[in-house]
Design a protein around this ligand. Structure first.
Ligand SMILES: Cc1ncc(C[n+]2csc(CCOP(=O)(O)OP(=O)(O)O)c2C)c(N)n1
Ligand SMILES: [Mg+2]
Length: 286
């Protein structure tokens, strides 16, 4: 199969947290032996969205905040593909918030990576929905996506990694990809990925990230307990990281397309063979 993309050199600032996401993703793909021609990356608008240009696979740069509807369409057209959506906190939780919530609710079998730097990096450092109160004149309180995702009862995989912990990140990425591949549904992975130019949080995040797996009553299959742990960690001024929640769901594509041999990508669209059917459809518009 010929490929449509040649990866280009990264345009990220030296030291950007997104480099760790890129290298961990490459590592996870290699370890899971995912063939590049079977992977599609759909990305949002922002520095983080550039990741698709630096990878050797099929990709599509979607409209700002609209990557999830594009990724859903690709997965439904060809459920055998591994579909990874990736973008920033602004893309996900500001302009894309409605799509984020509803895609979680649908449990589409894609991996969604949100690179959260608590700012709009590409447009030079304005506050985003995850920015702390006080950042660049921000007077609002930050949104926590893992807690919100836990509140959507259809979610089946919720995790948070940190660019400063690449081994844990690679492990979470592998689990997320496998979850989506196994038809269990959407794997949501937020990555704390510092913007060294406009919001350098490396040092702070090393201090305040807290691995939820260290909690005595940690049980990632128990939603109620994980809501309580997540809330407790957040209210103590720390940020929960690690695998937060996982359950065996049934993905949206499995419900819509129970027969994997009869999917849109397998449909015969040959004009000559289907001429009468096409004519019939056209008459409906007359
Ligand atoms: C419809 C639309 N509105 C606004 C913008 C301007 N814009 C470009 S990127 C961006 C936000 C980027 O922030 P984030 O999603 O957090 O990505 P980052 O650059 O931090 O990785 C905005 C508001 C746009 N490109 N399109
Ligand atoms: Mg951002």
């Amino acid at each position: 199969m010929t490929r449509v993309f040649e990866p280009v050199d990264s345009t990220w600032c030296p030291g950007c947290g997104d480099f760790a996401v890129l290298s961990s993703l490459r590592k996870a793909m290699a370890e899971l032996e995912i063939k590049t021609e079977n992977l599609v990356m759909v990305t949002g608008i922002g520095c983080s969205g550039g990741i698709q240009n630096f990878m050797l696979n099929y990709g599509y740069h979607a409209l700002h905040g609209r990557l999830l509807s594009t990724a859903t369409g690709i997965k439904l057209a060809n459920p055998k593909l591994t579909v990874i959506a990736a973008g920033g906190d602004g893309d996900a939780y500001a302009i894309g918030m409605g799509h984020f919530m509803h895609t979680l609710r649908r449990n589409v079998g894609i991996v969604y990576i949100v690179m959260n730097n608590e700012t709009y990096g590409l447009t030079k450092g304005q506050p985003s929905p995850t920015s702390k109160s006080g950042f660049e004149g921000n007077i609002e309180e930050p949104f926590d996506a893992t807690l919100a995702a836990l509140a959507v009862r259809a979610t089946t995989f919720i995790a948070r990694g940190f660019s400063g912990k690449p081994d844990q990140l690679t492990n979470l990425l592998k689990q997320a990809i496998q979850h989506a591949q196994q038809g269990k549904g959407l794997a949501f992975l937020e990555v704390l990925s510092p913007c060294i130019t406009f919001n350098d949080t490396y040092k702070l995040w090393r201090q305040i990230t807290h691995d939820v797996t260290e909690e005595q009553d940690y049980n990632p299959n128990n939603r109620t307990r994980m809501i309580s742990i997540t809330l407790k960690v957040l209210e103590s001024g720390r940020i929960p990281i690690g695998l937060i929640y996982r359950s065996d769901g049934v993905s949206y594509e499995k419900k819509v397309l129970p027969n994997l041999e009869n999917t849109p990508v397998n449909t015969d669209i040959d004009i000559k063979k289907n001429l009468s059917a096409y004519k019939e459809i056209l008459t409906l518009f007359k």
